[in-house]
Design a protein around this ligand. Structure first.
Ligand code: NAD
Length: 291
């Protein structure tokens, strides 16, 4: 069994990006610039945004954090987005989700200029990805594909089961895995799927993205399968200093002994996410998606 080390792979990807930034700097080009909009004080969002800002510093990007109280109106946030869309110094920006209930996430995401949508959530980028055109691909699916590629995991003709059909993970990864050049035969499963256990037991590759701790058990996985665990559930624990621990969607001890490759939680898909966002920003600064 080989552990798909997301932390190590993310470090490599970030080092590659940092090297390219030095090259851009030396050639007197403009340093890539990413902005993040954070509304309110949600603990999870604060942590994610802080990690993104730190990662920008690490690779040598310029970063800007724009903070608003959660009393901001939808109209005010839309005004901010239109200013960011027009800011020629910015290569890309993200609006950290979730937003307060009185603000429509759909409206906000649609207001972002697709050319600066480095989170890849805008319908234009989603549509381009589906059509196989150059697009900003959202960070988690992008990170999973990068792990698969960098570990040279064979995909052509393989049976792949994706569990979960969310717009940010399950659905896009099912599309990417079925694309020409990757060539998996994909089954997309969800909460209404029947006989999930039998479906999983046929799979060469399983992507578990449903958000239920230790859902995928050893009896659902065939010998030699590749298992990608996207889930992150925080549960109480007496064994850690913080009294919390993170669990994936896969019962690791049971499943790992049957796998050819498996991602750990933490340290698997999670660390790839930020590196993917940086990569999208680099692509944007080079006008590689939208020339
Ligand atoms: P979501 O709640 O939006 O979607 C969950 C999906 O799972 C739904 O499509 C639902 O139909 C399906 N589902 C629920 N119960 C099921 C069942 N019993 N059998 C089959 N399918 C079932 O979740 P999401 O935003 O896609 O996130 C999924 C998990 O991935 C969460 O734990 C989340 O924290 C994690 N996540 C991790 C990263 C990362 O960087 N590692 C990024 C995004 C999400």
């Amino acid at each position: 069994m080989v552990l798909l080390d997301g932390k190590k792979t993310s470090d490599i990807l970030q080092a590659e990006i940092a090297e390219e930034v030095i090259h851009i700097k030396n050639n007197q080009g403009k340093i890539p610039h990413l902005a993040a909009v954070l509304v309110g004080h949600d603990g999870g969002s604060e942590t994610y945004v802080a990690a993104k800002v730190r990662a920008c510093e690490f690779v040598g990007f310029k970063s800007t954090l724009i903070r608003f109280e959660d009393t901001i109106t939808e109209a005010e946030l839309l005004n901010c987005i239109s200013a960011l869309n027009m800011d020629d110094d910015l290569d890309g920006f993200i609006v950290q989700l979730p937003l307060p209930k009185h603000i429509s996430e759909e409206k906000i995401v649609e207001a972002i200029d697709p050319r600066k949508d480095v989170d890849g959530f805008h319908p234009v980028n989603v549509g381009r990805m589906v059509a196989g055109m150059p697009a900003f691909i959202s960070a988690t699916p992008f990170g999973i594909m990068e792990l698969i590629k960098r570990y040279h995991i064979e995909t052509a003709g393989k049976n792949c089961v994706v569990i979960g059909r969310s717009n940010i993970v399950g659905r896009p990864i099912s599309i990417l895995l079925s694309q020409k050049g990757i060539d998996c035969t994909v089954t997309l499963c969800h909460s209404r799927t029947k006989d999930l256990k039998q479906i999983c037991a046929q799979a060469d590759i399983i992507v578990a993205a449903l958000g239920m701790a230790e859902f995928l058990t050893g009896d659902m996985v065939k010998q030699g399968a590749v298992v990608i665990d996207v889930g992150i559930t925080r549960v109480k624990s007496d064994k850690t200093k913080s009294k919390w621990k993170l669990l994936g969607d896969v019962k690791f001890d049971e499943v790992s002994s049957k796998c050819s490759y498996i991602t750990p939680v933490p340290g698997g898909v999670g660390p790839m996410t930020i590196a993917s966002l940086l990569f999208n920003t680099l692509l944007s600064s080079k006008h590689e998606i939208y020339p």
